[in-house]
Design a protein around this ligand. Structure first.
Ligand code: SIN
Length: 280
């Protein structure tokens, strides 16, 4: 546990490898530089930060996100007040979900890895949550990379994974055939974090279909080895949501997944992405 001398906040690790809860702050406040930088440092050190018991309006969430960098505006099918705001929700109006990623389990993935410039981070704010399930799991990809056998690290050092996502498809639990609508981008399998300089494993079971220059028969066993390795429980923090939770994850060094939950219960989270981190 780390209590900061110049601020009121305390950073409490949630597991030995990933996640920290920050206590002693109200995120609606205009946080002074030292306090904000202590939060940013906790984010870089723990990859996922959690602040409970917050009352964040839309403007508060945007203002907070802007302290970290530029807010992402793409992929917003909803008309929140700010173009960067969207909802993750299973609530339906006139039969249509009011948010994205409405129902059920999701496999491990990294946000928008199928685009040229995936966001640095994603922030969710819990508004309504099911009584059980719908937890979000986060896995530490620095630890996953660091613990790979040296021969595997050497083998993947210069490889590029090809990531796909079909915005019109339903493939959130397992891969489907690659559709002509799918968006696609290739990124290095070993990603160096631009701020911490650490290497992270950058493939995921949901969206990484191929490795450039390899046949499917060559790529499949290697990808399966990496997927099985990176999802081990000792790399993972499981967040059980409460209303008022703010969770910010670093998309450059984590994967996330979601557990199943009842379709009878409402789930509503407000989401923004930090497209590009800007360190003041
Ligand atoms: C997401 O993948 O952005 C949503 C995660 C969740 O619904 O828990």
């Amino acid at each position: 546990m780390d209590t900061h001398r110049d601020t009121r906040l305390t950073v409490k690790p949630l597991t030995p490898t990933i996640g920290a809860e920050i206590v002693g702050i109200d995120l609606r406040e205009n946080l002074d530089h030292a306090t904000f930088e202590a939060i940013r440092t906790a984010w870089h050190d723990h990859a996922v930060i959690v602040v409970r018991g917050q009352e964040l309006g839309e403007d508060d969430q945007i203002r907070l996100g802007e302290r970290f960098g530029e807010i992402g505006h793409i992929f917003n099918p909803h008309k929140g007040k700010h173009p960067g705001l969207m909802f993750v929700s299973n609530i339906r109006e006139d039969g249509k979900p009011i948010g994205v990623l409405p129902d059920g389990e999701m496999q491990f993935h990294s946000d928008q890895c199928y685009t040229e410039f995936p966001p640095a981070g994603t922030m969710l704010y819990g508004i309504e949550v099911p009584s059980t399930g719908g937890d979000t799991l986060f896995a530490n990809m620095y630890a996953a990379y660091d613990t790979l056998p040296a021969d595997v690290q050497a083998r993947i050092e210069t490889l590029r994974g090809v990531h796909y996502y079909d915005p019109l498809g339903e493939y959130i639990v397992q891969k489907g055939p690659i559709s002509p609508n799918a968006m696609r981008w290739a990124h290095p399998v070993v990603h160096r974090h631009p701020i911490t300089g650490r290497k992270a494993l950058y493939v995921n079971r949901l969206m990484t279909y191929e490795i450039e220059g390899m046949t499917a028969d060559e790529a499949e066993p290697l990808l399966n080895l990496l997927f099985d390795h990176q999802e081990q429980p000792h790399f993972v923090y499981q967040h059980v949501w409460r209303p008022g939770d703010v969770v910010l994850w670093d998309n450059r060094c984590t994967l996330h997944a979601r557990t199943d939950f009842s379709t009878e219960e409402r789930r509503l989270l407000r989401r923004i992405t930090i497209q590009r981190e800007i360190v003041a």
